[in-house]
Design a protein around this ligand. Structure first.
Ligand code: ATR
Length: 272
């Protein structure tokens, strides 16, 4: 049986083993997938141990995505662009680092929520690791506009500079929250503000009527951002679909088969 796992610290809460077990059953693949708590100063050693045990691949979550990026011998283009790695493939040529978070977000928006990105006005809130990982996948869908807003404007400006050459016609710009003007069709909260029940202070007028507002966080209850968005005319969505889709994308990278996600997402939702 091919072995996979997810590394994180903490890791007890991870839903990835359930998701990948469902994908394996659905596609008839024989594999095991468990969760591994790596010591904060022992990520690389934990990966090497897993490879020595015959591990074929791994997911990487907080706080090791940057370290995984450094550890990889080769990076996919999307992992290079993201500056972070959430999926490792252990090959004969060494460790390959990939990043499926952005593709997962875009699939959740376009396929699951049924909202095309092409031609739309997109507002990305935050400019940290989570935001950086989704810029390229969003730009690949040719939005009309991509505005990156952040508390620290300089970080948003750095992202705009990094991706300017790849924006292919999309109006790409950086702002502080208070400086966001106009309406957006898709608003993605990639800040970690929801963790502290906080809200990026954007004007409520940013939501076009019926806009999609997606928070990368999820939980039993809607986040503060989701409530704020819904109060101002948007359709709010949490990050559970993104979680399931980034896992499907990792499963595809490892096994060459893309699992169906609809039922897995519904089942996971019921267990929150
Ligand atoms: P992650 O990997 O989750 O993106 P990160 O790289 O530390 O974590 O980035 C956190 C993001 O959330 C940043 O955009 C941060 O804004 P700053 O760059 O200005 O620090 C944002 N953030 C965190 N707490 C926030 C809060 N309470 N209000 C607004 N933005 C917040």
């Amino acid at each position: 049986v091919d072995k996979y796992c997810v590394f994180g610290n903490p890791i007890a809460h991870s839903k990835s083993p359930d998701i990948h077990a469902a994908y394996a059953a659905q596609t008839g693949q024989a594999l095991s997938y468990d969760k591994r708590l790596a010591p904060l100063d022992g990520f690389a050693a934990a990966v090497r141990d897993f490879i020595a045990e015959g591990g074929k691949g791994a997911n990487v979550t907080v706080p090791f995505k940057l370290e995984a990026h450094k550890l990889a011998r080769a990076l996919t283009m999307r992992a290079q662009a993201a500056g972070a790695v959430n999926t490792l493939l252990f090959t004969d040529e060494g460790i390959v680092g990939d990043n499926t978070d952005g593709a997962g977000l875009v699939t959740d928006i376009v396929v699951n929520a049924g909202v095309p990105v092409t031609g739309k006005r997109v507002l990305l809130l935050g400019a940290g690791g989570a935001a950086r990982g989704v810029v390229l996948p969003l730009l690949e869908h040719n939005p009309a506009q991509l505005t990156i807003a952040n508390r620290t404007v300089a970080t948003a400006e750095a992202l705009v500079a990094q991706f300017a050459a790849l924006s292919s016609g999309a109006a790409l710009s950086a702002r502080g929250y208070a400086g966001v003007q106009g309406q957006y069709d898709i608003v993605v909260n990639a800040t970690s503000a929801s963790l502290s029940a906080d809200l990026p202070p954007v004007p409520p007028s940013v939501f076009a009527p019926g806009a999609l507002a997606l928070d990368m966080m999820y939980g039993k209850e809607p986040t503060v951002f989701m409530r704020f968005a819904a109060e101002h005319g948007a359709i709010a969505r949490d990050g559970l679909g993104m979680l399931v889709e980034q896992a499907a994308e990792a499963f595809l990278a490892w096994r060459g088969v893309r699992p169906h996600t609809t039922e897995v997402l519904a089942r996971l939702r019921a267990t929150l």
